[in-house]
Design a protein around this ligand. Sequence first.
Ligand SMILES: [Zn+2]
Length: 494
Amino acid sequence: MRIAIGGFCHETNFFSYVTVSCEEMTASTREGTALIAGCTGAHSYLGGFIDEAKVQDVEVIGTYYMSRKPSGPCDPKGVAYSHQRLPQLLWEAYREEPYDGIALFMHGGGAAEGFPDPEGTILEEIRKKLGYDIPIGVALDLHGNITERMVKNCNLLMGCKHYPHIDEYDEGRIMFRLLVEKIRGGYPTYQKLIQLPWLMVPAEGVTTAGAAHDVQQLCIAREAEDPDLLQASFFQGFPYSDVPDCCVSVITVAKTQESADRQASEIAHYAWSRREDFTVPKYSAEKAVDIALSMGEGPILINESSDNPGSGTPGDGTYLLRELLRRDIPSAYGFIYDPEVANQAAEAGVGATISCRLGGKTDKLHGEPIEIKNALVRCVSDGSFVQQNRMGLGNKNCLGTTVCLVVGNVEIAVASFRTQTFDEGPFVTAGIVWRNKRLLALKSAQHFKGWWADKVNGIVACDSPGVGSADLTTFRFKLANTDYYPLKDAHWEG
Ligand SMILES: [Zn+2]
């Protein structure tokens, strides 16, 4: 058996000023054998496809894969190119030698000007070129915005189940195995999508406990109980993409339509009945620090979820860091994005002192730059480390030039690449010993918990102003449905 693999991965925060050019999209693209070589051994969806193919004795054919870190919108020309290129390479590979199925990873949270449903449009283009007979399986991120067009143009659509997404690799393997079994068994699969009138922010979605955990467990239990049910996925959606379908949804894949319909309906009703339990407190930086200091012995960790580059934000927001400096708390901040300051400190060298304006340079939404006088440069590094979080385990990361600035009792890691903090990597590469600190601070909504949860004595989320804020009333949506819960008291009966 032969299966073609590829995908399109971008989570778009339409409110973010961190945009992506065509050249940056091209630099984030792999085609053909380079795709296979680049993804082999990776702890990712595509790494899972490739490993499962070996187990199933299936040959994989690399086609096209564009994957960018979350950010603001991509250049529409680049998105248009992806729309054309992925179907084209799938078609060319098929014409050269027919294959038996297509396995794709698409984030599902993508959007660009004129492209409110990039993933659905790509799938539709693939169907136009290759027809409706070839089985197509699609794995998506739990923050995917799922549309009827996506469902109509594939046979097996499923998401990862955990947030933090520690199961990306496993879900890649499961999706690939189910696709192979469908092809070998020759049976049809039936899907049911239910969109709920509900906008859920990432800060509300952690699945290690609480309402999202309970819905996740229901999906897992139903898959175990019902022999006809192949997959049940609860997608939290990504409201910051500001598209018409950026809502919570449930999708099931089953061997009978009856099973798909019934299970989707019951899971959706349960999730909807629990919607108020997802609400999280929205603490300012000052309040979050107050609470953290009241929690006893350190280290207590504050995550600034409203400036989480994992949701496409700039990563140079200054609200929380300013508060730590104002109170001069023995703490470490890992990290703030500011390549200008990182380079200034690297040029000055270890042991030197510098004065600078730190952070707050991308836009005017995440706090003013902080005026820093006579900060000690204590460490300079290339920002390299290996990821220890189960999400992306073993991946080689590089934050570019990274430094540690010491200002009073606060140690600040300053780096040159926008990403969220998953584990201790950014602290360690900046030479910061975090274990003896009263407070730790970082930028992430939930993924950091995949490593930090059992290593600190408490966690407090900070929702300072920003384009990743949990307060949806602060956004001016254009395309998202603002009649949805929690903006309005939406009604849904199924
Ligand atoms: Zn996600």
